[in-house]
Design a protein around this ligand. Sequence first.
Ligand code: PLP
Length: 487
Amino acid sequence: MSAVSSSSQSVPAWPAVPDDVNDLVAAVWPESAERDRHGVLSISGVSATELRDRFGTPLYVLDEEAVRTAARRTLDAFRAAAALHGVQARVYYAGKAFLSTEVVRWVTEEGLAVDVCTGGELAVALAGGADPARIGFHGNNKSQAELERAVEVGVGSIIVDSFIEIERLAAIVERTGATQSVLVRVNSGVHAETHDFLATAHEDQKFGFTLTDAPGAVARIREVPGLQFVGLHCHIGSQIFGSAGFQESAARVVELHAELLAGGEIPVLNLGGGFGIAYTVADDPTPIEHLATGIAEAVARECEVRGIPVPNLAFEPGRAIIGRAGVTLYEVGTTKPVDIGHDVTRLYVSVDGGMSDNPRPALYGAQYSARVASRTSDAAPQLSRVVGKHCESGDIVVDAEFLPADIAPGDLLAVPTTGAYCFSLASNYNYVPRPPVVAVRAGRARVIVRGETIDDLLARDVAADAGDEPVGEGESMPVLSERSETK
Ligand SMILES: Cc1ncc(COP(=O)(O)O)c(C=O)c1O
């Protein structure tokens, strides 16, 4: 096994061989991450070994203060940018990034509203104490039941996505006598520079109305007495680093906004989320303050050109709030050197989770970094690939990273920046139970979502204890064993 230099052909453009394989690169770890005097990683004062001993691995660790700080910083950035143009900004936390009642509590306490996109997310937001009037409800295929529930609880706005949905909603408000504020989601046609599956505002995809169809949608909404059209919505994609795409999109949407003013006031313009974060040292996202200023300026400029008032602005960041606050802890199970040619050895490091707790590398080719968490090492940097335990060769957690060459079974491995779209996209592939989520703050750790057990998984298999006899309709199923205690 040989450590390699980054000039080797088979080594990807990133990562560069680190000067120190133990170093915690500031941009991708929560600010509270540090190594204690024994070299053990700690997050918000709780050591990785304590977390392993108390809660097991794999484990999602969420730094509460990091979530709160990012929420405050983002809200301040957009409020300040909007204030420069005499308007207000509302920031919705995009719950799809990571939703639990505790996280809802944190972000709402910090002043954020909440964006949900299914009845399930709505239920969690409400259970977490979110004010319904400060919930935005998204989705390209909301069911009748979901729409009825949203109207019944009084969500602040429903972001409509199709003509069929407008008719469903019209029927609900006519029948119930309710009044519902509605935004119309549009495709600005801007293709954000990001992975294709993450880009959502070019026209050949499922979300929103084209700029051509949107006026018809707004006209129809304005005909329905119980529906109140309050603004346009546009989300161009996710993990976007520069502000050019947002500004171009804002310009196009403001043009439509200006045309629609002929039919009445439009108080809000919602420009979605998608603000990128650093997953590796190769990523260089624009600070949120610069993005906020640039977007607000673009909107104000376009409004000035058209001689119209600047609307209040709304945004929906998910990843930018929670991404960097999350770290996943794994235990190394096996290692295997593989000769990949050109005198280069890649060390495969298998951990006890994988694509079931983080499907992003398999879904989008997402890149992550990693560090040994249970100790430091003086060994040479070794090109490594961190893989999971699932039956897929694409079950990769960290595609390329330099880890100490003496990494071995039993070591704890920490993968930073796993706060967004890991827990929420997790699956039970290969019947692997989903890990618990532990919140850390000021030296204390507590479970906020318990881990699944094998019993949880078997509990859904209604034929599990039925033997060979098919269970007839109306027959009761056997009672399964008690679920294990929260880990
Ligand atoms: C409509 C909408 N708003 C907000 C977001 C949040 O995006 P991000 O987490 O990248 O900020 C998404 C993500 O898919 C989205 O579809």
